[in-house]
Design a protein around this ligand. Sequence first.
Ligand SMILES: [Zn+2]
Ligand SMILES: [Zn+2]
Length: 299
Amino acid sequence: MAHQLQLEKERYRQWVKAGLGLGYLKEGIEPFCDDVTKQQHKDELNNIQQSKNLPTVTCGQCAVRTLKPDHLKIGNKQCPLGQANCNCCYTSGKIACPNNVCGAIYDNIITNHASTPPAPYWKNTQTQQWTGDSWSIAKCFINAPGYDQKTSAADIDCTGLLHVIINNKYFHNHIQCNLAGSNVFSKVTQYRNEIFHSSTMELEKTDASNYIDDMIAVLKDGKELIDRKDAQDAVKKLEELKNDDFIITTENMEKVLGDIREEIWNIRKSTEGLATKDDCDDLKIKYLHWNFSCLNKRR
Ligand SMILES: [Zn+2]
Ligand SMILES: [Zn+2]
């Protein structure tokens, strides 16, 4: 019995380590994502300004639902860019950008999207911010709900940042790893689900070590990340996590639970009360588990 309890405690320790690892990974890739996103935004606006010979590239008046793209449908209802349900297929009620900018940005988002067919996540974006805020465009590449109110890289979790890298072709020029098909970046987004959605809050040591090794592999991507200070600092922290004598503090645990709390809050907001009861129950179980382990410690 005592042995069983020891094992459970060890698996819980491993779970907390993996959860902390995700936080370190985010810290390590955030400045890189922010820099590349800003560069992409600048490049795109410059290209639009030059190709259309515009005095300025600003807008703030268009809405994604009613925006008329620059590209035109083929035949009756076929998008030449391959997007399902594209605005180009519905001519009635669609309005061209009064500044001649947003239609081109819309097209760019589709052509930069790496999946086949391209599938930008329009619900995450705020079209009115397109010309002023690079992240309003980058968020179209996050293939999950809950990012519509986020306005900076700092606001966006590890998964969101990884999606921006994986789903945005512009980023692929800044990454050595081949992001088509199975790759370590995509694998890490899966781990996040396994860690955060584990109701037992337990993880085998070998799994935790594999997860952390793959997080390190992401941060050591040979093109640019490997030379960045933030990524190198994150690798050091992840390597410390792998030490057997790494001490899990209450602060550590609170950080991981805080991340989960934020995620559930995002899901709740984005689904507007739908399908959230299970998530809330899940969170309650996690709280109970956590309080229980604190109690055990005090004894
Ligand atoms: Zn189209
Ligand atoms: Zn516009």
